[in-house]
Design a protein around this ligand. Structure first.
Ligand code: PLP
Length: 439
């Protein structure tokens, strides 16, 4: 292709001349060029290899360039590249069937979107129309996407400059390491977080609340697995007031936590589930909403006032079918769970024993975070310059990391091998030793 014939540096040159990047001041950007990838590795345009422990944006669950998914997309491209969403199409139907087969009984319908933000946008729309209420409650420690309601439902800093939509309120969710509730045990954190939510619901007016929207395990906010009983308690509060529960599985769905859905490990049944990323590892953009029967029935005779030209795009659907069939055949979710339990978790805990800069290790499957602290006693986060040094140290040693605030997230593809985990742990060990020496 023309791209592979261009001399090294051309991609960066063109990027700096013409590409406007997400979430960044544009002036001083020096993005890393990625020219290719396979499995858990990517390479730049000089051929330099990197172990991808970011899964890009925590979405390449099946690894880069899985031949079966590439073949499924190519086959569909030869058959029919695109159709309007109003038609029936076998690949779309099969994708919806494979997704709903993994969901709780009764969640039989899928509305397809282009990604995660518009999945949340449409889930909130469904909840608002189904309940006839306007307000959405969500967590301060959350990210739900970069569109109208989704970015306002988001809790983190990205909401603030975008706060144009109305009808949203936020609350605090469990995070024992930095408890907002002065809790010292998971049980205390759970009980007090639920008490807090019950109070927020009361104060916001239960009859005006359409839905509570939560990431099952908040991801970018820090891999914050809720304590046992929390999500069931949220469900109870929602049910008491006729409020729907939307679980955002955009980052955690399809294997990331070592389960098909992260909520499979919790005693909870949502009304709506949003997904994107892992459903087809981002090979072609796709997302969607899985809809429980009562919400779906609302739109049996009433028009659903929403749609997208590329809802259920055949290439994206082929990538879903290829991904989900391959993940089942090759036991990729099982791999994520086992490698997490037997290699990543123990390896990171051993690093924590050796490195005082690690304040806490959290996670499961291929979804982990190291909370880096300047002081073990006060748990003060390390400074931004230090996390910058961690990132650079990893890159210098051929590992593509995922960092957020003061944390290093360990989020390789679900196909990661024990040998690749060992390589990554050795890099983290060296980088943390170097960073600690400079503290
Ligand atoms: N929800 C969660 C939990 C996410 O992590 C993300 C993206 O990182 C989104 C929604 C938004 O998805 P997208 O970027 O595909 O719109």
């Amino acid at each position: 292709s023309p791209a592979s014939q261009a001399p090294p540096g051309t991609a960066l040159e063109l990027d700096r001349a013409h590409v406007f990047h997400s979430w960044s001041a544009q002036g001083s950007l020096q993005p890393l060029t990625i020219a290719g990838g396979l499995g858990c590795e990517v390479w730049d345009d000089t051929g330099r290899l990197y172990l991808d422990f970011s899964s890009q944006l925590v979405n390449i669950n099946i690894g880069h360039q899985h031949p079966r998914v590439v073949a499924a997309i190519a086959e569909q491209a030869h058959l029919l590249t695109t159709i309007a969403p109003g038609h029936a199409n076998l690949t779309r139907g099969r994708a919806a069937q494979l997704i709903t087969e993994r969901a709780p009984d009764g969640m039989d319908k899928v509305f397809f979107t282009n990604g995660g933000a518009d999945a949340n946008e449409n889930a909130m729309r469904m909840a608002r129309l189904h309940t006839g209420r306007s307000k959405i409650l969500s967590a301060y420690r959350s990210y739900h996407g970069n569109t109208g309601s989704a970015v306002v439902a988001t809790g983190d800093w990205r909401r603030i400059p975008n706060e144009f939509a109305h009808g949203h309120a936020h609350f605090f969710t469990p995070y024992l390491f930095r408890s907002d509730f002065w809790a010292t045990t998971p049980e205390e954190e759970c009980a007090r977080a639920l008490e807090h939510l019950a109070r927020v619901v009361e104060c916001e007016g239960p009859a005006s609340i359409a839905a509570i929207l939560l990431e099952t395990v908040p991801g970018t906010a820090g891999v914050l697995t809720p304590p046992p009983g929390y999500l069931a308690g949220v469900r109870e509060i929602a049910d008491k007031h006729g409020i729907l529960l939307i679980l955002d599985e955009v980052m955690v769905g399809f294997g990331r936590t070592g389960h098909w859905f992260a909520f499979d490990a919790h005693d909870v049944r949502p009304d709506l589930v949003t997904f994107a990323k892992g459903v087809n590892s981002g090979y072609v953009p796709a997302g969607g909403v899985i809809i429980d029967a009562p919400v779906a029935a609302t739109f049996d005779d009433r028009v659903f006032p929403g749609g997208l030209t590329y809802s259920g795009h055949p290439l994206a659907m082929a990538a879903i079918v290829g991904t989900l069939e391959t993940m089942a055949d090759e036991k990729i979710v099982e791999n994520a769970r086992a490698v997490g339990a037997e290699h990543i978790g123990p390896g990171l805990r051993a690093l924590a024993d050796a490195h005082p800069v690690i304040g806490e290790v959290r996670g499961s499957g291929v979804f982990w975070a190291l909370e880096l602290v300047a002081d073990q006693e006060t748990r003060a986060p390390i400074a931004p310059a230090v996390i910058g040094a961690v990132k650079q140290g990893c890159l210098d040693r051929g590992l593509l990391p995922f960092v957020a605030e003061n944390r290093l997230h360990v989020v390789p593809p679900c196909v990661v091998t024990p040998a690749e985990v060992a390589r990554a742990l050795a890099v983290y060990d060296e980088v943390l030793t170097e960073v600690e020496a400079a503290l």
